[in-house]
Each structure stands twice: as structure tokens, then as C-alpha cells.
Design a protein around this ligand. Structure first.
Ligand code: PHE
Length: 452
């Protein structure tokens, strides 16, 4: 315990409540909101998907977020060390290994898409969208870019360099400082884009698509998509909330912090939907265009929109910043693990993590072109990383975390942490309900959905 105490006292921490909130929201708000949520909503029946998603977020995932937060803050340790502290001599550390692997896996393809957003920002600044013309040309422009051998790799490198730059500076002087600057800008920009989109002629169809549920479109796949998206969007199951939680002071209210994070994330996803769907409908495009929505459909819309040039720039800046604040949190999971478990200096840990992600990301990027023939389980490397992290590692990580908190850490310790040793007055029924979800509802639901 003595060594742990030394570690605790020498750890960097968030400096303010606002800092904690923006960093957590920064992790949650990302490509998941701007790129994934709109197309999943488009493919899964609009409002019906949103309703199922909301239930998952606030009933199931919020208690999972509490659990991760509890583990991080109570142990004041990285995702692996947390289990060394809370369950010494046990095998539970495997959850931490899952977390580290999941974050590496996600960051490898996430940073490639982050790189694409830099390239698209450059394209927006150079008015490339106006020149491209038809939708087919936009599709070709996108596939030519992502399949080219060198350019996407350079953008991937640039994106990872930005991420590493922030993480290298530490928690207070890096993560907190930069997310505090980026997050308010993000909200302002996405609101401006939403206003532009909502005031287009014919925008009403997009609005009713988002807010009028059509349950005939709901299948079992809708539930899986909604759960996967909730996990991904809230950054659950891969140790980011645990890691950030470990830098949060002992008098912060875990339940409030988590609730604000979930609300901010959901609000952002809905505003992002309002920025995208009304424009898609106003231009008579089908909402179920899939992953190409942001990089093919939107640029084409921007090209023919009054003021579209400015909106395009705003949109890709938003996408880039959102991706950055999330990738920072992913890199920190790996970096804090290296620092604390292998007694490395932050600089060395960042260098190693950077190198590994850079290499894996290159494979993800090349799998869109030169290496597209390399397939495992019928998927290219990029899709495999995406699939394994979102559909396997994150749900299993989440499952093991709630099992750990519900069955091993136990109620007394969990309540102690949620109430800050009894100093916060949280109604008993609420605590009991949360613990019931952590202990029974969450593990069963995740297991059932994963099996089916
Ligand atoms: N939540 C982020 C997004 O929506 C992605 C992410 C997943 C970040 C897991 C950290 C951990 O884009």
C-alpha cells in the first residue's frame, strides 16, 4: 500500500470541476456523434432509433459509467493498476488488459478517420467541394483519397502528433487546458451549422424523420446498433472513464459528473443530427447512406448550399476537434498504464504509445487501398479493428466492469464512493436502483444482446 500512496500523491490531477466535465465530455463527444450517430440513425429508422438509444444511455450505460468512475477514483490508478489496488493478488487485472487493448484498437482506426477530417478541412478551405460537382464525383474523390498509399498516412501521422502533443503535456497543463479551449468552440460551431441546416427549404422532412418515431423499422439489429453506439459514444468499456476518473478529486460528485457527461454527449448527438438530417432531406438524399454520409454526401450538400463554403470549413473543424478530444482520452489510457505499470517517464510512454498506434494505424489506413486484399473473418483490417473494439472488447470490458463492481467490490464500497464517504446526500432508493442495475440488469442485458 505504501508504494500506492507514493504514486497517489505524485499523480497529476484535474485542476477544476469545469476541467473534469469538459475532459469527460470531450472524450464522449467525437466521431461517434458526428459521423456514426447520424448514419446509424439514418439506417435504423430515425426517431425510433433515438428513443431506444436514449433508454440505453440513461438506464443502462449511466450506471456503467458510474462503475468505471468508482473504480478509477477509488484506486487512483491506471486501468490495470486499479484492479491491483482494489483486488490485490487476483486475476481481475485482465479487465485492465482488455481496456488497454480496446483503447489501442479504437485509436488505431479512429486516428485514421481523424486524419481524413484534416484532409477534408484542407479540401474545404481550397473549395474542392464546389469543383467536384456530382455525388458520383464526391464518392470518387473520397475513395481515391482513402485508398491512396501515402497521403492518408501523412494525415494520420499529423493527427496522432496533435494527440500526442496534448497528452505529453500531462493532465492539468495538457488535457484539461486544451479540452477547455476546444469544447465550447465545438458546441458553438455545431449549433451554427444546425441553424443553417434547419432553415433550409424542405428541412421539415428531416426534422420529422428525427422526431416522429416509426417503430416498423425496428428489428433486433436496431437494439444491437443502439447499444454498441451508446457504449462507443459514452467511451465506455475501454478504461477511458476509469482513467479520467482516477484524476478526479475525492470531493467531486461522481453521479452528477457522469450525468452531465451523458447529457452533453446526447445533446451533441441530437444537435449534430439536426445539423445533418434536415440538409440531407432538403436535398432529397436518402438518410441511410451509411458511413459515407459525412465524407461524401455532406461535402456535396455544402457545395450547393448558400454559404456552404463557410459551413463546410466549420463542419470539418468541428469534426477534427471532436475527434481530437476523444483520441486524447484514448491515448491517455495506454500512456498512464505504461507510466505506472512500467515506471516510465511520460515522455517515453507517449513515444512508445505513439509509435505503436502509428504503426497499427498505417495498416488500418492501407487496408482501404493497397492492403484491401488482406482479410480476416471477411473483414479488412480497418473494419476488423472497428468491429473487434466496438462489438467485442468494449461490451466485454463493460460487462466485466459491472460484474466486478456489483459482485466483487460490493455495495458498501460503491455507495461509499458515490456518496463521498456519506458526505453527499443521495436518496437511498436511487443508490439501491443504481446498484441493482449494476449488479443484475446491466450484465444480463449486455450478455443477452451480445449472444443474440
Ligand atoms: N466516444 C468517442 C466518440 O464518440 C469515441 C471513444 C470511444 C472515445 C472510446 C474514447 C473511448 O467518438
Amino acid at each position: 500500500m505504501k508504494t500506492n500512496n507514493i504514486e497517489v500523491s505524485s499523480r497529476d490531477n484535474f485542476g477544476s470541476r469545469f476541467g473534469v466535465l469538459v475532459a469527460m465530455a470531450g472524450s464522449a463527444i467525437g466521431l461517434g456523434n458526428l459521423w456514426r450517430f447520424p448514419y446509424l440513425m439514418g439506417e435504423n429508422g430515425g426517431a425510433a432509433f433515438i428513443i431506444i438509444y436514449l433508454v440505453f444511455v440513461f438506464v443502462l450505460c449511466l450506471p456503467i459509467m458510474f462503475s468505471e468512475f468508482i473504480l478509477g477514483r477509488r484506486s487512483q490508478s491506471n486501468v490495470f493498476g486499479a484492479f491491483r489496488v482494489l483486488a490485490p493478488g487476483s486475476k481481475w487485472g485482465i479487465i485492465g488488459i482488455f481496456g488497454v487493448l480496446a483503447s489501442i484498437c479504437i485509436l488505431s482506426f479512429y486516428s485514421v478517420v481523424g486524419g481524413w477530417s484534416i484532409e477534408y478541412l484542407v479540401k474545404a478551405v481550397l473549395f474542392d467541394f464546389t469543383r467536384a460537382g456530382s455525388e458520383a464525383n464526391h464518392a470518387t474523390m473520397f475513395s481515391d483519397f482513402v485508398s491512396s498509399p501515402v497521403k492518408p498516412l501523412l494525415y494520420h501521422l499529423a493527427f496522432m502528433a496533435l494527440t500526442a502533443f496534448v497528452v505529453l503535456a500531462g493532465i492539468k497543463k495538457g488535457i484539461e487546458k486544451y479540452t477547455k479551449m476546444m469544447m465550447p468552440m465545438l458546441f458553438v460551431m455545431v449549433i451554427i451549422i444546425a441553424i443553417r441546416s434547419l432553415t433550409l427549404e424542405g428541412a421539415g422532412a428531416g426534422v420529422s424523420y428525427m422526431f416522429k418515431p416509426d417503430f416498423s423499422k425496428v428489428t433486433s439489429g436496431t437494439f444491437l446498433a443502439a447499444l454498441g453506439q451508446a457504449f462507443f459514444s459514452l467511451s465506455l468499456g475501454c478504461g477511458t472513464i476509469m482513467t479520467y476518473g482516477s484524476y478526479v478529486s475525492k470531493d467531486e460528485n461522481i453521479m452528477k459528473c457522469s450525468a452531465y457527461t451523458s447529457i452533453a454527449d446526447t445533446l451533441f448527438a441530437i444537435i449534430a443530427g439536426c445539423a445533418i438530417m434536415p440538409a440531407v432531406f432538403a436535398f432529397g438524399i436518402s438518410p441511410g447512406e451509411g458511413p459515407g454520409l459525412v465524407f461524401i454526401t455532406l461535402p456535396r450538400i455544402f457545395a450547393s448550399l448558400p454559404l456552404g463554403g463557410v459551413i463546410a470549413i466549420l463542419f470539418f473543424v468541428t469534426l477534427l476537434l471532436a475527434a481530437l478530444t476523444s483520441s486524447i482520452s484514448l491515448l491517455e489510457v495506454f500512456v498512464s498504464y505504461l507510466i505506472e505499470e512500467f515506471k516510465m517517464k511520460r515522455g517515453g510512454a507517449v513515444a512508445i504509445a505513439f509509435g505503436i498506434i502509428l504503426l497499427l494505424g498505417c495498416f488500418c489506413s492501407l487496408s482501404q487501398g493497397a492492403m484491401s486484399g488482406v482479410k480476416l473473418f471477411g473483414m479488412n483490417i480497418f473494419d476488423l479493428f472497428d468491429y473487434v473494439s466496438s462489438n467485442v472488447l468494449m461490451p466485454i470490458g463493460g460487462l466485466l466492469i459491472v460484474i466486478f463492481v456489483g459482485w466483487r467490490l460490493g455495495k458498501t464500497a460503491a455507495f461509499d464512493e458515490l456518496t463521498n464517504h456519506g458526505t453527499l446526500k443521495i436518496p437511498q432508493w436511487l443508490l439501491e436502483t443504481v446498484f441493482f442495475i449494476i449488479r443484475f440488469v446491466a450484465p444480463v442485458t449486455i450478455a443477452v444482446i451480445m449472444i443474440f
